[in-house]
Write a protein that binds this ligand. Structure first.
Ligand code: ATP
Length: 231
């Protein structure tokens, strides 16, 4: 289980996260929602070691992960799929996947078969350049690359952004498959309400850097959630 306690993060003098606490359990999707600029991406970056934070604790299965680098967080089992995907356009699909090896021991430098089972389209495209893929295929590649490390925690930042509906459905199916395996905690930051609402087992709504709602799906009415994440 990933536990975030009282996280505070600043950009210069601007306080962006103010005492954020949440838990993400293996076998569950924790959907973090809120309007633009409330701090969702900053929260994921702090967990992934991509942004320093001022105060607070992060633990994974009881082990402190405080103030790790991105490399350290990846080694600890945290995988991050950034908003905008950040795939390497001039590298092939296979090379993009292999870039996920960076934090693994040499003996683990192999693309696991289950990655291609999850994303069959990538199997036929290993030699294509990343930049030649459609937006949806690039998103699939970005998720596949994150899974190379066989993470305990998967952080997804707006995976449906700019993606056509049929691929959004496929991405939803992959998230469900990963969730149902039961060994991975998934934190999904998403502004596409219906997508997040369908997938979320736990809902965390943020406003101005604070958590304003944190409840299991069974205890949250759709309208209440919608009211928390609408402008
Ligand atoms: N590198 C940065 N330097 C200064 N301010 C930043 C930086 N990155 C983000 N911010 C500001 O921090 C606040 C939170 O941004 P963040 O991207 O975490 O929010 P968000 O909820 O993910 O929004 P969005 O859905 O638009 O991505 C915003 O006011 C944003 O302008």
């Amino acid at each position: 289980m990933l536990t975030i306690t009282d996280l505070t993060l600043k950009y210069g003098q601007s306080q962006i996260l103010n005492g954020v606490s949440l838990e993400a359990h293996p076998g569950q999707v924790t959907a973090v929602m809120g309007t633009n600029g409330v701090g969702k991406t900053s929260l994921l970056k702090a967990i992934a070691g991509r942004h320093t934070y001022a105060q607070g604790q992060i633990t994974l299965d009881g082990q402190p992960l405080d103030h790790l680098t991105a490399f350290g967080a990846a080694r600890a089992g945290i995988a991050y799929v950034p908003q905008g995907r950040e795939i390497f356009p001039m590298m092939t699909v296979l090379e993009n996947l292999q870039s996920g090896f960076a934090c693994l021991d040499k003996t683990d430098h192999k693309v696991p078969d289950h990655i291609y089972d999850l994303f069959p389209v990538l199997r036929d495209m290993t030699g294509r350049r990343g930049g030649d893929l459609s937006g949806g295929q690039q998103q699939q590649l970005a998720i596949a690359r994150a899974l190379i490390t066989q993470p305990k925690v998967l952080l997804l930042d707006e995976p449906t952004e700019g993606i056509q509906p049929n691929i959004i459905k496929q991405i939803g199916d992959v998230i469900r498959t990963l969730r149902d395996r039961g060994d991975m905690a998934i934190i999904l930051v998403e502004q596409f309400f219906d997508f997040a609402h369908e997938l979320g087992d736990q809902f965390v709504a943020m406003n101005r850097g604070e958590v304003v709602l944190n409840k299991p799906a069974s205890e949250v009415e759709r309208e209440l959630l919608l009211s928390h994440v609408s402008v």
